[in-house]
Ligand binder design. Structure first.
Ligand SMILES: [Zn+2]
Length: 234
């Protein structure tokens, strides 16, 4: 795969080191800078209107290129099954030269969000976070919220530059222990649950026998409550 990118009015040629994708070639043009390393580009067909927008993430020195290659590896492997649903679609990483310097750039889906109610947004944040953990990664920079973006009516998680391999023991999207779950299983999901989960915005209810009905079916505290009731039995 290769990419011709019009940058500063001049075409630059980038090549993918992956053998997958065969001889596919893309023409793209820089539309605008979004952040220091993030640009909006459009793919073009000769003589036609722009047909497709994408996000171009650029690395300009050895450390940045190394980090971008690691992130691309995650999109190609651990995140592959949830791309386009809980993380952006990924179109490849390309290497080339701009003004005599080595540059790498990664093409990702351009996401345009819609407004949805905040409780629904929070629910989708937890689903996306749990999906990333189930895929085997801890993101390590989700609480600030700036790596959570809207894509249509869905939430997608971006920027896996700090992500680490992770075996999650607590992928249930609420804080209750569940059947066989562990309250101390996963710090990132527990922190997210406090910020975006079903009790966000409210004081987290204390697990006392006065605040829960251990016999209610469907009560997320059902199992937890039963344990507390067991504890206070004479
Ligand atoms: Zn986890």
């Amino acid at each position: 795969m290769s990419l011709s990118l019009v940058w500063d009015g001049r075409p630059h040629f980038f090549e993918s080191r992956s053998k997958r994708g065969g001889a596919v070639h893309h023409n793209a043009r820089l539309v605008k800078r979004v952040q220091s390393h993030i640009h909006l580009v459009c793919f073009e067909v000769l003589g036609a209107e722009p047909i497709h927008y994408a996000i171009l993430k650029v690395a300009r020195n050895a450390d940045e290129i190394d980090a971008l290659e690691k992130e691309a590896f995650l999109y190609e492997n651990q995140l592959k099954s949830i791309r386009g649903k809980y993380v952006p679609e990924y179109y490849g990483i390309y290497h080339g030269e701009v003004r005599g310097s080595q540059v790498a750039c990664m093409l990702l889906e351009y996401c345009v969000g819609e407004r949805i109610p905040s409780d629904e947004r929070n629910r989708k944040i937890m689903l996306a976070a749990c999906a990333v953990h189930a895929a085997g990664l801890e993101h390590c920079d989700l609480l600030s919220g700036h790596n959570l973006i809207m894509s249509g009516k869905d939430v997608k998680i971006v920027d896996f530059g700090n992500a680490i391999p992770h075996r999650c023991h607590n992928g249930t999207p609420t804080l209750h222990p569940g059947r066989g779950g562990r309250l101390d299983g996963c710090r990132e999901l527990m922190d997210l649950e406090a910020a975006y989960g079903v009790f966000s915005g409210n004081a987290f209810p204390e697990p006392t026998p006065f605040t829960m009905n251990p016999f209610a079916e469907g009560n997320p505290f059902h199992v937890f409550a039963r344990r507390v009731v067991d504890m206070i039995k004479p």
